[in-house]
Design a protein around this ligand. Structure first.
Ligand SMILES: Cc1cc2nc3c(=O)[nH]c(=O)nc-3n(C[C@H](O)[C@H](O)[C@H](O)COP(=O)(O)OP(=O)(O)OC[C@H]3O[C@@H](n4cnc5c(N)ncnc54)[C@H](O)[C@@H]3O)c2cc1C
Length: 408
């Protein structure tokens, strides 16, 4: 293991600065326009593809950074640029990770390239788990996948909601129930290939923030996919279901949920997005406070304003440190004995909401208008305490982990 250091390597600084340049030159200038249009910013995704930011290779490189800081640094910089556009760029990664985590080598090789397309013809992917009646309570999912043995096909029926890129994706990854008796352990993930009949986009949501990111319902009406689209394959699924049935017989509800480690490892990335938005708003507020004069002096000369900035910066740095700790733990396979991944997401997301509200306050009337970006950043920040598990669910996970209780 490397000696403890808080210093980034030259290579990490280089990648961070390169991403920051893209965020400053390409993402930030486009932010207000795509927020107003409430449409997927295809030209910006294409630019990201051209320079190599929108690709599996880029994420794989960041993911395998042995310090664990590659992904959080990338997220912080891109979301510093703009949250809605950055989510449009990294949203495909959610679906790609679903395939990487559960798919066979063949599935990874076949589907992930189709999720991204290429710089001349970019594509996006969607990860569809949430349903109208199954948000925080994933176990109450109703979308069914039934195996048609004669044709070696799975038949999917149900309605997914809140899917980032839902309906406009080239490839959809859909989580569905294969054994309703087993709760969340009876779920499996399926690839729905491009242009599969029966999959359609339902309502596209008009949102409070991250409006450049497309969010929609996905309707599955007798969607038939080949047996090869079950992630991980049938043999693995059957073995997993048999184990879950056996555990259920022995009181398996007290067995620790395997999904937890995955969430603990992925939640810091959302925390890093929140740090990016918070830092962006803080920087605007700091500059404004130094230049805006009232009563014959810059407003930062008032302790009431300066202390707010001090608190904002302190919280942002604390959030980043929690995110980096959890990311370091994830890559080094450390056990999350205090749900440190959830902690980082909880603190960073609440920080982003608070800091962006403070930034609006520091900019006064200007902060409340769309002439300045903090109004948008404040709207955008509200998503971080909702998706990838709400703040209440993070607290529930942390509390149950501390108490040694099972996490469902
Ligand atoms: C913009 C956006 C993008 C999204 N992208 C995706 C995506 O790509 N794929 C996907 O599958 N999903 C996605 N989601 C869904 C997201 O993960 C869910 O919205 C989230 O999990 C919360 O579920 P819910 O909205 O049904 O809220 P609910 O679960 O109904 O919660 C409502 C409120 O009740 C609280 N609550 C619920 N249970 C408890 C409890 N036990 N204790 C205390 N409080 C509780 C919650 O914290 C919340 O405040 C997205 C959502 C949004 C808004």
């Amino acid at each position: 293991m490397a000696e403890f250091t808080m210093e980034l390597s030259d290579e990490q600084k280089e990648v961070r600065d390169w991403l920051h340049g893209f965020a400053a030159d390409v993402i930030r200038p486009a932010a207000a326009e795509w927020d107003e249009r409430e449409e997927t910013p295809w030209p910006v995704i294409q630019e990201a593809a051209k320079v190599g930011i929108y690709s599996l290779d880029f994420y794989a490189q960041q993911y395998f950074d042995p310090t664990g800081l590659g992904i959080p640094m990338a997220m912080e910089e891109l979301f510093w640029g703009d949250a809605g556009i950055a989510l449009s760029i990294v949203g495909t990664g959610l679906a790609a990770v679903g395939v990487l985590a559960n798919g066979t080598e063949e599935q990874i090789g076949t589907w992930i390239p189709q999720m991204y397309g290429d710089a001349s013809d970019v594509k996006v992917a969607a990860f569809c788990s949430s349903e109208p009646d199954a948000g925080s309570d994933v176990a109450s999912m109703r979308t069914r996948a039934v195996y048609d043995e004669a044709k070696d096909e799975w038949v999917l029926n149900g309605t997914k909601t809140w899917a980032t890129n839902g309906g406009i994706a080239n490839v959809h990854v859909v989580v569905a129930v294969v054994d309703p008796e087993l709760g969340s352990k009876g779920h499996a993930s399926f690839i729905v290939p491009p242009n599969t009949p029966g999959l359609s986009q339902g309502q596209k949501f008009k949102k409070h923030g991250i409006r450049a990111s497309h969010t929609a319902e996905v309707v599955l009406d007798n969607v038939r996919v080949p047996g090869s689209c079950l992630l991980g394959g049938k043999e693995k699924l059957d073995a997993r279901l048999a184990r879950a049935r056996e555990k259920a017989k022995q009181g398996g509800e007290r067995v620790k949920n395997a999904a937890m480690a995955t969430f603990e490892a992925s939640r810091p990335a959302v925390g890093a997005m929140a740090v990016g938005t918070a830092r962006a708003a803080y920087e605007v507020a700091l500059e404004y406070a130094q230049t805006r004069e009232q009563f014959g002096r810059p407003i930062i000369d008032n302790q009431g304003v300066a202390f707010q900035l001090a608190d904002m910066r302190t919280s942002i740095d604390a959030a980043r440190l929690l995110v980096w700790r959890a990311s370091w733990m994830a890559i080094n396979g450390k056990p999350f004995t205090a749900a440190e991944g959830s902690m980082s997401k909880l603190f960073a997301s609440e920080t982003a909401k608070k800091v962006t509200a403070q930034a609006v306050q520091i900019l006064g009337g200007n902060g409340y208008t769309r002439e300045y970006p903090v109004e948008r950043m404040h709207r955008d920040s509200a998503i971080y305490t909702i998706f990838e598990g709400t703040s209440e669910i993070q607290r529930l996970v942390i509390a149950r982990t501390l108490a040694g209780m099972p996490i469902r």
